[in-house]
Design a protein around this ligand. Structure first.
Ligand SMILES: *Cc1c(COP(=O)(O)O)cnc(C)c1O
Length: 360
């Protein structure tokens, strides 16, 4: 705490990212990074763009990227809002769409923890709705939200860190039941098995759908994300962006992102591989006595009936394996485990089986 800080700084609750230690023989299954690298076309595009033109400012509106996204999803270019990772896109959404005096933002009690961080940052009240006992989002809870006019509704689909997805029919019900407020669907993991709510945009103009290239495109290091929404909503978000940073995406990120989105063959091959590896790891973990929630993401959320999750996480770490554990009520007996290669899964499960035997 410094006397030079503005008053609100001491009250912030900054997000705690999964750790990124630099250790030998480390197996990182804690931040949902992709086990395979990005498309080779991405690396080639970035290398080709690494030249004297870096003296120039990048395209402030990232038009080539927005056009590529618009072709990919069959929407208008003016409906695409790009940003420096989807976390930045989300920050602008909170700032631009959810600040309505005392009206609270509605979200599940268990979801991406950054949402609460942004509520603090922007002074937005937050109203949480508990997940059902099976950790799913109960749609009826969002159909008649009280107060009748919240500041907005936000959730991830598939939800994080449970991995459980809602159907498009369910999202449609939530969006249509709340026509006067923005309903934001964070689809960071949608490419691993769920359906994108972008298909509902023409029917539900209050929907805002957020995507990232960090997970299914294997580009967490490049920092690119985007929202797809009505042109009017995107216009508002552009006003926020241009009041904050006109150049959120550097030139290399823009060309790399375009190349990634255009390489559909590599995308399908690698995401399908992750889906197969997820199903295999789920079976391996069940054999070891874990309960595994049904995941549509590139991670699984699992608990063991006889072993404390925090202790398991510590023991795995001692073996150089990082998984994510949240000390949060209701989910503190779960481990969130990112899908790695088959060799990663084997190392994880062999280590787990040793630990389980020793500590029995
Ligand atoms: C990873 C993740 C993000 C952030 O992605 P970036 O584009 O890397 O900022 C957003 N939402 C959820 C639910 C995530 O898991």
């Amino acid at each position: 705490m410094s006397r030079y800080w503005s008053d609100h700084v001491a009250d912030l609750s900054p997000y705690t990212p999964g750790e990124q230690p630099r250790l030998d023989n480390l197996l990182k299954l804690n931040t949902n990074e992709h086990p395979f690298g990005p498309s080779p076309r991405v690396l080639a595009a970035i290398k080709a763009a690494t030249n004297d033109n870096l003296r120039l400012y990048p395209d402030n509106d990232a038009m080539a990227l927005r056009q590529t996204v618009s072709t990919l999803h069959g929407v208008d270019t003016a409906q695409v809002f790009p940003g420096n990772g989807s976390d930045e896109v989300l920050a602008h959404i909170f700032n631009g769409l959810f600040r309505h005096g005392d009206r609270p933002l509605v979200m599940p009690d268990i979801t991406y923890s950054f949402y609460r961080t942004y509520c603090k940052l922007y002074g937005i009240a937050c109203q949480t709705i508990p997940l059902a006992d099976d950790y799913s989002i109960r749609v009826s809870d969002y159909a008649g939200v009280q107060p009748a006019k919240p500041a907005g509704i936000i959730f991830s689909n598939p939800n994080a860190p449970t991995g459980i997805a809602l159907s498009l029919a369910d999202i449609r019900v939530i969006a249509l039941a709340n026509p006067d407020v923005p309903v934001v669907v964070d689809e960071a993991y949608v490419d691993f098995g769920a359906s994108s709510a972008i298909a509902l945009l023409s029917e539900c103009p209050n929907l805002v759908v957020v995507h990232t290239l960090s997970k299914s495109r294997s580009l967490a290091g490049l920092r690119v994300g985007y929202a797809v929404a009505s042109k009017e909503i995107v216009d508002g978000l552009m006003r926020i962006k241009d009041s904050f940073n006109s150049y959120p995406l550097d030139s290399l990120a823009q060309v790399g992102a375009v190349a990634a989105l255009q390489d559909t063959a590599y995308f399908d091959e690698t995401r399908n591989a992750v889906i197969r590896l997820r199903e295999a790891l789920t079976q391996q973990l069940k054999t070891l006595g874990f309960q595994v929630l049904p995941s549509q993401a590139n991670f699984v959320f699992a608990r063991h009936s006889e072993h404390d999750a925090a202790a398991l996480s510590r023991m795995l770490r001692a073996h150089g394996i990082l998984v994510r554990h949240f000390s949060i009520a209701r989910i503190d007996q779960f481990l969130r485990i990112t899908i790695g290669t088959q060799a990663d899964s084997d190392r994880l499960c062999n280590t787990l089986s040793e630990i389980l035997l020793k500590t029995h």
